[in-house]
Ligand binder design. Structure first.
Ligand code: GAR
Length: 202
């Protein structure tokens, strides 16, 4: 059976992209194949990770387009050219509108560094999420992988994993623990789950 063709969208360091690449190398994503890395930013270290692993990449920046629509149409065109069937948002910090998300129903997943519905939605991304969790004083946080629709962090939840907040945590220390204990484990699992489901529908 053919593998589901996956694009991974990134904006920064790309440790979640690395987790996907490593899982695929270990044979843990047998139903999918990463065919493209798309970055919103040309200096993202994630692009180096893609190059080192022989994965083609593209950079598409919102500010190079006159409108959100034109930006998203460009991304759709690149996805079509590469035969992409499924998208994994792995630290992708650019907003996608309904015009884009509705073109890939139940075919886009995202990893969020908190237990949705806590610390999610507009303004909650990257380190800000962990700052907010520490400020609130929660003792448990975690990560969520969910389907992406037009509501920020509002799509159906696929997987979640809890992570303890410890005395003396800084946002950076907590971010690292959530990545190690939750994100890097959940994201490849969810990618395989969705890739497998789409494969059956081929
Ligand atoms: C990750 O913690 C990811 O969950 C978060 O950004 C970080 C990216 O790290 N994503 C969001 O906050 C999206 N709302 P990475 O580039 O090393 O994978």
């Amino acid at each position: 059976m053919l593998k589901t063709k996956i694009a991974v969208f990134v904006s920064g360091g790309g440790t979640n992209l690395q987790a996907l690449i490593d899982a695929a190398k270990r044979g843990e994503i047998p139903s999918g194949e990463i065919v493209l890395v798309l970055s919103s930013n040309e200096t993202a270290y994630a692009l180096t990770r893609a190059a080192e692993n022989g994965i083609p990449s593209a950079v598409v920046k919102r500010k190079d387009f006159p409108s959100q629509l034109a930006y998203e149409e460009k991304m759709k065109e690149i996805l079509r050219e590469n035969g992409v069937e499924m998208i994994v948002l792995a630290g992708f910090m650019s907003i996608l509108s309904e015009n884009f998300t509705s073109a890939y129903p139940k075919r886009i997943i995202n990893v969020h560094p908190a237990l949705i519905p806590s610390f999610c939605g507009k303004g909650y991304y990257g380190l800000h999420v962990h700052e907010a969790a520490l400020e609130y004083g929660v003792k448990i946080t975690g990560a969520t992988v969910h389907y992406v629709n037009e509501i920020p962090d509002g799509g159906e939840i696929l997987l979640q994993k809890a992570v303890e907040v410890l005395e003396g945590d800084t946002p950076e220390i907590l971010q690292r623990r959530v990545m190690e204990q939750a994100e890097w484990i959940l994201l490849p699992k969810a990618a395989e789950l969705v890739a497998k489901g789409l494969q059956k529908g081929n």
